[in-house]
Design a protein around this ligand. Sequence first.
Ligand SMILES: *[C@@H]1O[C@H](CO)[C@@H](O)[C@H](O)[C@H]1NC(C)=O
Ligand SMILES: *[C@@H]1O[C@H](CO)[C@@H](O)[C@H](O)[C@H]1NC(C)=O
Ligand SMILES: *[C@@H]1O[C@H](CO)[C@@H](O)[C@H](O)[C@H]1NC(C)=O
Ligand SMILES: *[C@@H]1O[C@H](CO)[C@@H](O)[C@H](O)[C@H]1NC(C)=O
Ligand SMILES: *[C@@H]1O[C@H](CO)[C@@H](O)[C@H](O)[C@H]1NC(C)=O
Ligand SMILES: *[C@@H]1O[C@H](CO)[C@@H](O)[C@H](O)[C@H]1NC(C)=O
Length: 226
Amino acid sequence: MSMMNGPSSRLFFFFMVILSTFLFLQITGIQAQVGLLPPNEVDALRQIAKQLGKVDWNFSLNPCDGNPNWRSPWGNNAQYSNVVNCTCSSGDVCHVVYISLKGQDLAGVLPPSLAKLPSIKIIDLSYNYLSGNIPNEWESTNLEKLSVTGNRLNGSIPTFLGNITTLGYLGLENNMFSGKVPAELGKLKNLNRLVLTANNLTGKLPVELNSLTNLTELYAHCTLPS
Ligand SMILES: *[C@@H]1O[C@H](CO)[C@@H](O)[C@H](O)[C@H]1NC(C)=O
Ligand SMILES: *[C@@H]1O[C@H](CO)[C@@H](O)[C@H](O)[C@H]1NC(C)=O
Ligand SMILES: *[C@@H]1O[C@H](CO)[C@@H](O)[C@H](O)[C@H]1NC(C)=O
Ligand SMILES: *[C@@H]1O[C@H](CO)[C@@H](O)[C@H](O)[C@H]1NC(C)=O
Ligand SMILES: *[C@@H]1O[C@H](CO)[C@@H](O)[C@H](O)[C@H]1NC(C)=O
Ligand SMILES: *[C@@H]1O[C@H](CO)[C@@H](O)[C@H](O)[C@H]1NC(C)=O
């Protein structure tokens, strides 16, 4: 007669199965979550890549662990950058806060899917060949810096930009924006720096910009008044 017979051994076996399943889930669960983006943000990055025409993001690598595919070393090259930066709360779940892709010959459009990144604060897509205009979807973001210097953007400067009241920096220079500077920009109470130089803008600057008390730099020498 063995000790491992009868109901008590079955109970012991059952207990061990439960315990090992629990430990397995704990370990793999933790490993799968450390420093990772939620799946919807990874999807958003895939869409953003497609919309921009960026083909070299490697989705087998973690966008948030600082590897050089997603975050090339910080340099002081004003004309080139290749950086995605995340914020990770208590070491597990991350969110994209910063995307800077300068001088990469990107020839797509400004990505509407940027608005699917709930924590995005800074977007810099300067010195590419992006066309179209700023997508309406961006109105729902809390962007603090928006720079699209030196692209092929055209049409009017969208009035909804005045609703992104978190903006401190708005750089639209060296594009083909046309029409008047919208009065709605006067609602950007946190704006420090507004750069509109070298577009095809017409008319006077709106008086509403006078209410931008935090504005320290305004560059707007565009076309001659007609
Ligand atoms: C993406 O990264 C994985 C993991 O390091 C690597 O095996 C693969 O070759 C990379 N893919 C490309 C296209 O570089
Ligand atoms: C990038 O992320 C790291 C860690 O999250 C942070 O310390 C650093 O300040 C960030 N840099 C920028 C420019 O956002
Ligand atoms: C913007 O440029 C595109 C070509 O890239 C053109 O089809 C479109 O008509 C232009 N829109 C405006 C408002 O100028
Ligand atoms: C800005 O937001 C206000 C209030 O939510 C809304 O009524 C208005 O239509 C928005 N403006 C634009 C240009 O989208
Ligand atoms: C503007 O700047 C002042 C002082 O620099 C700061 O206290 C304030 O919070 C800023 N924002 C607004 C909306 O005035
Ligand atoms: C600039 O705008 C004017 C009309 O305001 C238009 O005739 C001209 O073609 C535009 N130039 C460019 C380069 O888009």
